[in-house]
Design a binder for this molecule. Structure first.
Ligand code: FES
Ligand SMILES: [Fe+2]
Length: 441
């Protein structure tokens, strides 16, 4: 069954359309885990989630339960969450501090932070003359094949071979540079908890939505309009409405026709960037105080360069969506062909005034959290898409909007002028998908 799918995969993806089974077939999902999520660089977490030696948190990479842990030497490593003795998961809690070593809860084998076997109860008498013991690597917890950290953002790849993290990220590295450069200290710090949302839809549906510039003024219009009404009332009464209203009203004031004015840039490996659309540099006192701190840290010219970076959204395929100007990040963890976990994080700019953090928190709560209407509207569509794709009402998903007008230069696909609502990002993602799936033979 699986083998048949492998030979047939080329028939599933065309430049402007994709077969529905790509979203609904459990066998294709299994192959995606092997050939994509358990092979490429996947975001594990931010190093500030594990600030002290022994701090750890669990993370799912493909189908593999993993642990990100800070060692006594300060290094952050990533291990399979599995005891080499009889397979017990070592960490049961989502996060915590393991002390000086890991200790399995079943028979008390202990391990260093880097996974090396430390001790086995009565090792000498129990294992003398056997193949088991400290010299045998099968008695240590297995490490992720590769771990790299870029400006505090930790990624792991479960394959020993492949591009370096920097080569993989390419131009999409701007997501982390833009986020960190906006901090007067050049670093961000995670707010140590996230929203975890399980979507009843395939993981690719979420990713395709991230740079879908046509949907916001349709799906989020009602929320945007309601916020705009209140915003206008407050403005009338007080002469000034809080910026948080703008975060929502923009969904109505940026009308459907204006979205074609924006641009997406589509890179190798399926990464893509949507150029900015929100008024992120208002002239209120909080922003001005923040700009003063930035200018003190970097000088005026560099500050201008930092604040001029005009991106709204960076998608790092196949599992990360970053809104760097507002310090938001969503990690996508496929759980099954129709179940997807998203972790929704936000960050503090180190050295920035508290008011700037409150702005990030407001966006987190108003736009990205599961409590907001924006997120709920998206989730409903994701679920409905999956339901529709599981039906026999048609075989293809269309990515034909502005197809044929893309401008390709040096492997980068730019949408043509006035084609911001192009489905080029979905075409780029599926092109990368087909390459990964095809190369895995
Ligand atoms: S399963 Fe871990 S010590 Fe036995
Ligand atoms: Fe949306």
């Amino acid at each position: 069954m699986l083998q048949e799918h492998i030979t047939d995969l080329s028939k599933y993806v065309e430049p402007d359309r994709v077969r529905r089974e790509v979203y609904t077939d459990p066998a294709i999902f299994e192959l995606e885990m092997q050939r994509i999520h358990e092979r490429v660089w996947i975001y594990c977490g931010h190093e500030s989630q594990v600030p002290k030696a022994g701090d750890y948190c669990q993370v799912q990479l493909g189908r593999q339960p993993m642990i990100m842990v800070r060692g006594a030497d300060g290094k952050v490593g990533v291990l399979y969450n599995r005891c080499p003795h009889r397979g017990n998961m070592i960490a049961g809690d989502r996060s915590g501090n393991t002390g000086e070593f890991f200790r399995c809860s079943y028979h008390a084998w202990t391990f260093q932070h880097d996974g090396r076997l430390r001790s086995i109860p009565m090792m000498e008498s129990g294992y003398a003359g056997t193949r088991w013991g400290k010299g045998n690597p099968d008695c240590s917890m297995k490490q992720a094949a590769r771990v790299e950290n870029y400006r505090g953002f930790v990624f792991a790849s479960l394959a020993g071979e492949g591009p370096s993290l920097r080569d993989f990220l390419g131009k999409a590295i701007v997501a982390f540079d833009d986020m960190c450069d906006r901090a007067p200290e050049g670093e961000v710090e995670v707010v140590p908890n996230c929203f975890r949302v399980i979507q009843h839809s395939n993981w690719k549906i979420f990713l395709e939505n991230q740079l879908d510039a046509l949907h916001p003024s349709v799906v989020h219009q009602s929320t945007g309009r309601a916020a705009h009404e209140v915003e206008k009332d407050i403005e009338k009464k007080t002469g000034h409405a809080p910026l948080s209203y703008h975060m929502l009203s923009a969904f109505a004031t940026v009308t459907i026709d204006k979205w074609d004015n924006f641009q997406t840039l589509n890179y190798p490996y399926g990464h893509c960037i949507l150029t900015g659309y929100m008024g992120l540099r208002p002239k209120d006192p909080d922003t001005l105080a923040y700009e003063e701190t930035l200018a003190k840290a970097y000088g005026k010219q560099r500050m201008e360069e930092i604040l001029a970076v005009n991106i709204h959204h960076v998608l790092i395929y196949p599992g990360l969506s970053v809104q760097s100007p507002l310090q938001q990040l969503r990690a996508v963890r496929p759980l099954g062909v129709d179940r997807t976990l998203t972790e929704i994080w936000h960050f503090r700019l180190k050295g920035a005034p508290e008011a700037i953090y409150r702005r990030s928190l407001a966006y987190y709560n108003l736009v990205n959290s599961p409590a907001t209407l924006i997120n709920a509207d998206d989730l409903e569509n994701f679920w409905k898409c999956h339901q529709g794709l599981a039906s026999d009402g048609g075989d293809w998903v269309s990515f034909g909007r502005h197809h044929g007008r893309d401008i390709e230069k040096d492997g980068v696909v730019e949408t043509a002028p006035n084609c911001g609502t192009s489905e080029a990002p979905m075409r780029g993602q599926m092109k990368a998908w087909a390459q990964y799936m095809g190369n895995g033979k």
